[in-house]
Design a protein. Structure first.
Length: 404
């Protein structure tokens, strides 16, 4: 597209509303932390780790997720969590990202040395330290450029096994005679309660609640209690849905969990992925759901590279359903998902959207602004309005500078 260059996209103020902390370490940091903490890796060189673990393409979602066994293993103490959070903030700011909502599952990091509050404090401390450094810069202090901010999203898991973490193993052991789904449901509610309590008592920037993990066989409605608690506690909500399951998973996230945003939503328009036998007219069902999402401005967190890597049937990004979402006037924002695992950046994701999905200048602008407007920013409503206005004004200045 004439005028839209990589330099322009890197310069514009951006958000990343769907980025996993444990999937976004610097590979050099992962290797260093592993050596210091005696965590075995398949290789100790960056090149070989990219060849064997963090690849350009993966066979499926299962292979994509294998790398998290290594990243989570090194993030089992406060120092490692704080360092990773700080470095993620630095990497994002260096490419023009001005607001991030990093997410992670704190229950994967609880152990004998670190309880839930310590896990959340460490991550908050890393992001807060970086934010203070960025916002002390003259161009931001003067108001010439918008400042940097963050808000942490905590994730509950749809399902888990004993090997996922010591916390989950203990939880399954003490409820050995309960159905697994009962334990999963209790864990997500406990996560919601902890997030609200620690947010309120310690003033940490915990802004949202998420549900991640295997969709097939583990429906969203199993976690109604957790989302009801988050909803009544003014904790904003997003849900991984439609990433590896059909439209009814997205429907449940919206109707049962009151979600404000949808993570991925990849299979929104795929009638073949609908498995519920009571849905007789699948096309009509999809049409009604897409219309509702568009009308209610439920923003979809699009992760192009991640979807390309985890869906073997997607041969080229030009075929990604995001193009249909844009044509349907659904609110979307482009995100990285996992900067390390997907080997991507926010700039890369938007470049791919512009080149492969043929974003117009207007669509690019709207997708960027959607990220700020539909964020869970830890500001008052009036403060957020002022901040978004500053972002829009700065973006317009850059358009004029690049002649767009």
């Amino acid at each position: 597209m004439a005028g839209i260059t990589r330099d322009f996209i890197k310069a514009i103020p951006k958000t990343d509303l769907h980025v996993h902390i444990d999937g976004s370490l610097r590979i050099k940091t992962l290797i260093e932390l592993a050596k210091e903490r005696n965590v075995a890796l398949p290789s100790c060189t960056e090149e070989e780790m990219r060849e064997t673990v963090f690849k350009e393409r993966y066979e499926n979602l299962g292979e994509y997720l294998k790398g998290f066994a290594y990243t989570c293993a090194v993030l089992q103490d406060s120092e490692a969590l704080e360092r990773t959070a700080y470095e993620l903030a630095v990497d994002c700011f260096s490419e023009g990202v001005r607001y991030i909502e990093p997410r992670f599952a704190p229950q994967l990091h609880i152990n004998e040395e670190m309880e839930m509050p310590a896990v959340l404090r460490a991550v908050d401390k890393g992001f807060r330290r970086a934010t203070k450094e960025f916002n002390s810069r003259p161009e931001i202090k003067s108001g010439a450029e918008p400042g940097y901010a963050f808000g942490v999203i905590v994730c509950a898991l749809r399902m888990f096994r004993r090997g996922y973490s010591k916390y989950y193993r203990n939880l399954l052991d003490v409820q050995a005679y309960s159905p697994e789904k009962t334990v999963f449901r209790a864990a997500s509610l406990e996560m919601a309660r902890a997030a609200v309590k620690i947010r309120d008592e310690e003033g940490l920037a915990i802004v949202g609640f998420d549900l991640a993990g295997q969709e097939d066989g583990y429906p969203a409605h199993d976690h109604i209690d957790a989302y009801e608690f988050a909803h009544k506690s003014f904790l904003r909500k997003t849900v991984h849905a439609g990433e590896a399951y059909g439209a009814e998973s997205i429907f449940e996230a919206i109707t049962d969990l009151h979600t404000d945003r949808i993570g991925h939503g990849y299979y929104l328009f795929d009638a073949e992925k609908i498995k519920t036998s009571t849905i007789e007219d699948r096309e009509k069902y999809i049409e009604a759901l897409a219309e509702y999402i568009a009308d209610k401005r439920i923003t979809i967190e699009i992760c192009l590279t991640s979807n390309l890597q985890t869906n073997p049937d997607l041969k080229a990004l030009k075929n990604h359903p995001c193009r249909k979402m844009l044509d349907s006037k659904i609110s979307v924002t482009f995100c990285t998902d996992n900067r390390l695992v997907s080997r991507t950046t926010s700039t890369d994701e938007i470049i791919r959207a512009v080149t492969e999905l043929k974003l117009s200048v207007k669509e690019l602008r709207e997708s960027v602004f959607n990220g700020f407007k539909r964020s869970f920013m830890p500001f008052s409503y009036l403060q957020k309005r002022d901040y978004v206005r500053q972002v829009i004004n700065y973006y317009s200045q850059l358009e004029k500078k690049w002649g767009i």
